[in-house]
Design a protein around this ligand. Sequence first.
Ligand SMILES: C[S@@+](CC[C@H](N)C(=O)[O-])C[C@H]1O[C@@H](n2cnc3c(N)ncnc32)[C@H](O)[C@@H]1O
Length: 275
Amino acid sequence: MLDELVKNLVLVKQDFAKNYVGSAHIQEVIPASVSKQFPIGAHHLAMLHDFAQKNPIYFNSFEQEIAGILCTVYEGDINEYWLNSIKHGSSCQPFYPTWIMSAYVMASIAKKLGYKELVDIGSGDGRIAFCGKILGLISHSIEIDDVLVELQERISKATNQNFNPKCKDALDFDYSQLQLTHPLFFIGGLAQMGGDILATNIIDKINAISNLSHNTGIVFAGTYSKKQLSSNLDNGGWSSLIEKYNLNIVDTVSLPTVWTFDQTIETPYIFTKFN
Ligand SMILES: C[S@@+](CC[C@H](N)C(=O)[O-])C[C@H]1O[C@@H](n2cnc3c(N)ncnc32)[C@H](O)[C@@H]1O
């Protein structure tokens, strides 16, 4: 079911990006209703729309048929948030969001794999943690930028979904206080742009908590874009770190993100677990 949904989401994104004539800074699409191409619970779909509607980064929305599917297009602007997010000394990656539908797919995979907790490291406006919460996982949302955390708190209140926003530098945070049992960590940054620093730090911290690593998974956002000046794009640029820490790759799923909107390739998310 998820494979089909991913295939259709990518088709819709490609068709939308090819024909988009608007001028919004960012834009994304959520199907307007449940269909055989998008077989998700009506209640969950309504909550994804709720997240977009209650999120002030979007200033406009309209319905449009895309690749034969009626969708809602959300248009927005993240300039101000982006600028704030780069002001911090230990920022490992500026704010760019994953598409809300992509966040929902990844949280669904986390659930299918049996994880109990979802920890989004560098969570931006909190969409991955939000999706984990609506799917019944315990979510933790770690973000360094106070303006983004205020935004998360506002969305959390307006949607009535507490996905636990925390204004913390992920490099300093003590993860043992979360009392995790079976967590999946999402690393919010490309390896070549500072995500590797974030990932190395988190892995060392997980290894330092007794009995946690064997129950833990990590998801890396990768890239296959030649624009990233890297000689090694295997596993989206994460190969050397995966080898160094002897992680097992469980799944790779390529999904639309704001930063790949004008590219013909999507963002690969690599699901791994400790050996
Ligand atoms: C590319 S965005 C990803 C946002 C979100 N995870 C998503 O996929 O939509 C990366 C986020 O990581 C945050 N960040 C960067 N360095 C951080 C750090 N050391 N601790 C916590 N958050 C950090 C940035 O402020 C930014 O919001």
